[in-house]
Design a protein around this ligand. Structure first.
Ligand code: TXA
Ligand code: MG
Length: 339
């Protein structure tokens, strides 16, 4: 299969969206830009199209997909939400939609079981990206997981999607680099005894601190079998081909003779001299000088992907601060490093 890439710029994005709509209506897949990472979209109500998502990604069928809708008005098409649950969902939607928050809610029977891997719940989000907004408005709900092969680094640009899925899908819409750079925060929303309970299934751009205003935010537990509660909860995920060595103190890193290493640095400052401790083949700096987490998040997957293509023995990674958005980056980094 030939993979076309269409660039959606200011002048033609409506025409590109129309073309993408045709492909999606025909039951085929389109990789689409969102503000978090690129998604691999299929008509959410077309089970045959959804099956192609699992096939193209090489994704196991027990790992459910996120459904993208145009706004809160479409929520009842995919989820069943009423009473106290509706109150808290509306508050959260008002605060964070469109944006990088995914809510896991009781599923509507119209959503094919394949989308939710047979779970009674469905994960729903509203993207801020114009192309996704227009398409969901025109077509209705679009199921879209990140547009990478299973277990690999999430794509934050059209070229990254091409590297992952060329020949496996007919169309990629290039809507520029993703502005958040990390996948959405996923919460399971439940009515608690006193306050709503927002179980954090995957940390992301909407931080735990921001969510705490709306309810209790306990960390997700694990389900009993080896099926993860959310994908991010697989120990190994977001994995480059080359080993990632996460060093709490990179200055103590001891290179092995004859091996070639690259460094993934947070600030790129020579804290205790680790920057010149080794003859790094390449150094990627997530937030040059300033140590800003938002900037580090945007560059994270892109930098990891660059280093992965360097033909080296290992990537040595420096941790970022494990607070706020940093927790979401550290979550991805730990899984990238897990072997
Ligand atoms: O930012 C994002 O969320 C991106 C963009 C494309 O929207 N999407 C994304 O999808 O990261 P994905 O499939 O890579 O990760 C979503 C994960 C699924 O793997 C799944 O484990 C979890 O969300 N999920 C989906 N439905 C769920 C459900 N009903 N209960 C618990 N977790 C669910
Ligand atoms: Mg993913």
């Amino acid at each position: 299969m030939q993979t076309r890439v269409e660039i959606a710029d200011f002048e033609n994005w409506r025409a590109v969206a129309e073309d993408a709509a045709k492909v999606l209506k025909g039951g085929e897949l389109v990789a689409l830009p969102t503000e978090t990472v690129y998604g691999l979209g299929a008509d959410a109500f077309n089970a045959d199209a959804v099956a192609k998502v699992f096939e193209a990604k090489g994704r196991p069928s027990f790992d459910p997909l996120i459904v993208h809708i145009a706004g809160i008005r479409d929520l009842q098409r995919v989820a069943v939400v009423s009473g106290e649950l509706e109150v808290v969902v509306r508050q959260l939607a008002k605060a964070f939609w469109p944006g990088p928050l995914t809510m896991v809610l009781p599923k509507h029977e119209d959503v094919p079981d394949l989308v939710t891997s047979g779970l009674p719940t469905v994960a729903v989000r509203v993207s801020k990206h114009e192309v996704m907004r227009l398409l969901t408005k025109e077509l209705g709900p679009i199921a879209a997981p990140s547009a990478n092969r299973f277990g690999r680094i999430s794509p934050t640009s059209a070229s990254a999607v091409l590297a992952e899925l060329e020949g496996r899908i007919p169309l990629i819409v290039d809507g520029g680099a993703s502005s958040n750079g990390l996948e959405s925060t996923i919460i399971a929303v439940e009515v608690g005894e006193k306050r709503p309970v927002l179980r954090l299934l995957r940390p992301g751009p909407v931080t735990r601190e921001e969510l705490q205003k709306f309810g209790k935010v306990p960390r997700a537990g694990r389900v009993t079998d080896d099926r993860p509660e959310a994908p991010g909860s697989l120990d190994s995920h977001y994995a480059p081909e080359i080993p990632v060595l996460l060093h709490d103190s990179p200055e103590e890193f001891e290179p092995e003779d004859g091996k070639r290493y690259a460094l993934l640095s947070y600030r790129g400052e020579a804290r205790d001299g680790y920057l010149d401790r080794h003859d790094w083949v390449r150094v990627e700096v997530l937030s040059p000088g300033k140590g800003k987490l938002a900037e580090a998040a945007v560059r994270f997957f892109h930098s990891l992907r660059n280093l992965d293509a360097e033909g080296i023995d290992a990537i040595v990674a420096e941790p970022v601060s494990d607070v706020g958005l940093g927790s979401a980056i550290m979550d991805r980094l730990r899984r990238a490093a897990f072997r």
